[in-house]
Design a protein around this ligand. Structure first.
Ligand SMILES: Nc1ncnc2c1ncn2[C@@H]1O[C@H](COP(=O)(O)OP(=O)(O)OP(=O)(O)O)[C@@H](O)[C@H]1O
Length: 244
């Protein structure tokens, strides 16, 4: 479970996070939705311990990220930019390398890599160099790297940005698989369709705060609208930052 409580972060003159509180549960996909500049990336970076909040707490399975970053990160996977793979390595080598970076012995890292390659059905590409990989193959490799240490929680910042339809579908299936395996999945997005199709829980934020949260159905019901997009516009009072 990922929980943020009263997170506050000022960057320059901007209140990027302004008393932000919400939680994302295990076995559920939670979507962080908000217009440009709402604070989504700042929130996810703080949860991963890359930024330090001025106030408030970010917890991973009850562990305070700021106080105990190493322990918190053992339970957390961060989906990296799939463009940044090491081209000369095969997925097996690449994922094993990151497993060792997370603190596993060579033997344990190799075992964990074999398991994740099987879990994500990557046997056909496991021993090919990443150079020349399709976007979907890159995505699978990046996701395997994020979950090789079997974290109970995974966060993804706009994971489908720039992806074609097929790669987006692959990523969606992978997220649903992680959910079915009981992981807590938290991702940010501008794409209403994607959030509506995938998320059990939606957190709508603007100006560093939670404006509303709940299931897609409950947000539609609350605003009297037929779609998440209409509900979103009603709640934040603007259609800025929406991708269809
Ligand atoms: N390094 C920085 N320097 C200056 N301002 C920053 C910095 N990082 C974030 N901000 C500001 O903090 C606010 C929140 O930014 P953030 O990137 O978290 O928003 P976001 O919801 O992820 O936006 P987007 O959807 O456009 O990616 C914005 O006003 C942004 O300009």
């Amino acid at each position: 479970m990922i929980k943020v409580t009263n997170l506050t972060k000022k960057i320059g003159d901007v209140n990027a996070l302004n008393d932000l509180s919400f939680s994302a549960q295990n076995g559920k996909i939670t979507g962080l939705l908000g217009p440009n500049g709402a604070g989504k990336t700042t929130c996810l970076r703080t949860v991963f311990g890359l930024l330090k909040a001025d106030k408030g707490i970010a917890e991973i399975d009850g562990i305070d990220v700021a106080k105990n970053p190493m322990a918190a990160k053992q339970n957390l996977g961060l989906f990296p930019d799939p463009c940044g793979l090491y081209e000369r390595l095969t997925p097996r080598e690449y994922i094993t390398f990151f497993a060792q970076l997370s603190g596993m012995s060579e033997v344990a890292a190799k075992e964990a890599t074999a398991k994740v390659l099987e879990k994500l059905s990557m046997d056909d590409i496991a021993d090919r160099r990443c150079q020349g990989f399709s976007q979907g193959q890159r995505m699978k490799t990046a996701l395997a790297q994020a979950v090789v240490h079997n974290p109970s929680n995974i966060i993804l910042d706009e994971p489908t940005r720039g992806l074609d339809v097929m790669s987006t579908r692959i990523l969606r299936e992978l997220l649903l698989l992680l959910k079915a395996q009981g992981h807590c999945v938290l991702f940010s997005s501008h794409v209403m369709q994607e959030v509506a199709a995938l998320c059990d829980h939606v957190v709508i934020m603007a100006n560093g705060k939670v404006v509303a949260e709940g299931s897609v159905e409950s947000l539609c019901e609350r605003t009297g609208k037929d779609s998440l997009e209409e509900a979103f516009i009603d709640l934040i009072g603007s259609d800025e930052g929406i991708a269809a």
